[in-house]
Design a protein around this ligand. Structure first.
Ligand code: NAD
Length: 495
């Protein structure tokens, strides 16, 4: 499985391949960026970041190509190109999954089956949607006209490292379908699959100048994109503080529209009165809490058992511990691995420090934690209880393979544990009674509520957060197009 991936890697580490701009790879003119694998701590290679000057040139090229008009005017052509790109992405699944595995520690088989598949589905979904694009006709007493959607212009996308190719797909598919040009900045922790994707986009027929990938750190390229007067919309997935900085940058520059997908502190509620198979529920929770090493904005970092029966709780607790201890932690390139490393040393040290603090204040780790490799950056799947509210773990987004087990006999209290949070991205309820499920869904306020199985929905369902989990805009679903379109009225006097 690694031969084609290794070839893709070798091609991308060519010194001429640091950025992709105006239809070709080029050497970055910024500082060197060392790519370190979280699997073993080894240097994968070095790419050169884009310079500020290269950002200016890319934005100018994007504007020129967009304004020339042939891309934005022909939805049917764009749909054809996006479908071709979807096929190429599927053909390149192994290369993409390999690059995301070595750079971001993503489990290879999960990437192939889920992340890469998701990109192709997104491209096809928005190709279909744009093919059906229509406007609204209006007739007045003294005139007539129509309202239509037009592309915004130049879109900037600043991406995280936890789902490198999937997050890219969530932004690229609707933005290109809508007829925009794009500047993409992948995270400095996961640059390679975005560069590889750019080459595929060119092969698929995305015109030169429409899609640019600029590698670089947040302070270098990300900040400059936020402040750039030539970028009309900035779409961002990442942390809250950086999201807020984009709002400031927008106010200081050209009032670019800013769409933010930020963090979460999702809860997995088990309504014990309406739950029959604790082993199956625990298995689902393991995926929800520990998938991608818990580095997922919808990761179930709290599990709340709602019920009075001590024997039931004991049985559920044992099932959760058993499934956690049964996970295979190891090399994400090896088949059968469930959990890979966490992204880097800074993340691992923060997770450890938060756990140490909570344990110091009375929390207990209730599973036997797995042995993890000594090289690289690893943290074992962990279930913890007794976490005090006045600890980092009691308040913050852990973004690691750890979940808290809590118990209450009050459904209202469980609802409050979700609704009283500053975050409001997602949560899950396991409840096999339809009427009680309706009760839960009428009270819980989050962007996505999954029932009887952890899920973020499909390409057709909007994804985004309430409260401080997001700001304007949605990924996925027809709603995602709105981020990348303006509404324009044409009004013709007379009848
Ligand atoms: P991050 O905010 O540190 O980085 C995200 C991107 O922002 C990277 O490309 C980075 O280079 C860039 N960046 C960093 N500092 C910047 C600055 N000062 N100016 C401009 N750009 C800057 O976040 P991360 O560590 O990559 O991802 C983890 C966070 O992302 C978590 O909080 C997680 O919940 C969130 N996340 C949210 C979603 C969602 O859909 N809601 C999905 C994935 C991750």
């Amino acid at each position: 499985m690694t031969d084609t991936g290794a070839q893709a890697l070798a091609a991308l580490l060519d010194p001429d391949h640091g950025v992709f701009t105006t239809g070709g790879f080029a050497t970055g003119q910024g500082p060197g960026l060392d790519l370190v694998s979280p699997i073993d701590g080894e240097l994968i290679g070095t790419v050169r970041e884009a310079s500020g000057h290269q950002l200016d040139s890319a934005v100018a090229s994007a504007r020129r190509t967009f304004s020339e008009g042939s891309w934005s005017a022909d939805g049917a052509h764009r749909a054809k190109v996006l479908r071709r790109l979807a096929d190429l992405v599927v053909d390149n699944a192994e290369q993409i999954a390999y690059l995301d595995a070595i750079e971001a520690g993503k489990v290879f088989t999960d990437s192939v089956a889920e992340d890469v598949e998701d990109v192709a589905s997104n491209l096809r979904f928005f190709a279909d949607l744009i093919s059906r694009d229509d406007g609204r006709y209006l007739q007045g007493p003294e005139g007539w006209g129509w309202v239509r959607k037009i592309p915004v212009g130049v879109v900037g996308a600043v991406l995280p490292w936890n789902y490198p190719i999937a997050m890219l797909g969530w932004k690229v598919a609707p933005a290109l379908a809508a007829g925009n040009a794009m500047i993409i900045k992948p995270s400095e922790d996961s640059t390679l699959s975005a560069l590889h994707f750019a080459g595929l986009a060119q092969q698929a027929g995305v015109p030169d100048g429409i899609l640019h990938v600029l590698t670089g750190t947040g302070p270098n390229i990300g900040e400059a994109m936020g402040l750039h007067a030539g970028i009309d919309v900035l779409t961002f997935t990442g942390s809250g503080p950086v999201g807020r900085s984009f709002l400031e940058s927008s106010a200081k520059s050209n009032l670019k529209k800013v769409s933010l997908e930020l963090g979460g502190r999702a809860v997995y509620i088990v309504d014990a009165e309406h739950a029959t198979d604790f082993a199956a529920i625990a298995a689902d929770i393991a995926g929800a809490a520990f998938g991608t090493s818990g580095q997922n904005c919808t990761a179930s970092s709290r599990v709340i058992f709602v019920g009075d029966d001590d024997a039931d709780f004991q049985q559920f607790r044992e099932a959760l511990v058993a499934v956690t201890e049964g996970l295979t932690v190891g090399d994400p390139l090896v088949e059968g691995t469930d959990i890979g490393p966490v992204i880097n040393k800074k993340a691992r040290d923060r997770i450890s420090a938060w756990v140490d603090e909570a344990v110091g204040k009375g929390a207990s780790i209730i599973n036997t934690t797995a042995e993890v490799p000594s090289a690289g950056t690893w943290f074992p799947p962990t279930v913890i209880d007794g976490v005090p509210e006045d600890s980092e773990l009691g308040r913050g987004e852990i973004f690691g393979p750890l979940t808290q087990l809590l118990r209450t006999s009050s459904r209202d209290e469980a609802v409050s544990a979700i609704n009283d949070e500053a975050y409001g991205l997602a949560s899950t309820v396991w409840c096999e009674d339809l009427g009680t499920t309706k009760w839960w869904s009428n009270r819980i306020r989050v962007g996505t509520l999954a029932v009887n199985g952890y899920s973020e929905g499909t390409v057709a369902t909007p994804f985004g957060g309430l409260r401080q989990s997001g700001f304007w805009g949605r990924d996925n679903g027809p709603e995602a197009l709105e981020t990348y379109q303006e509404t324009m009225t044409v009004w013709i006097a007379g009848n």
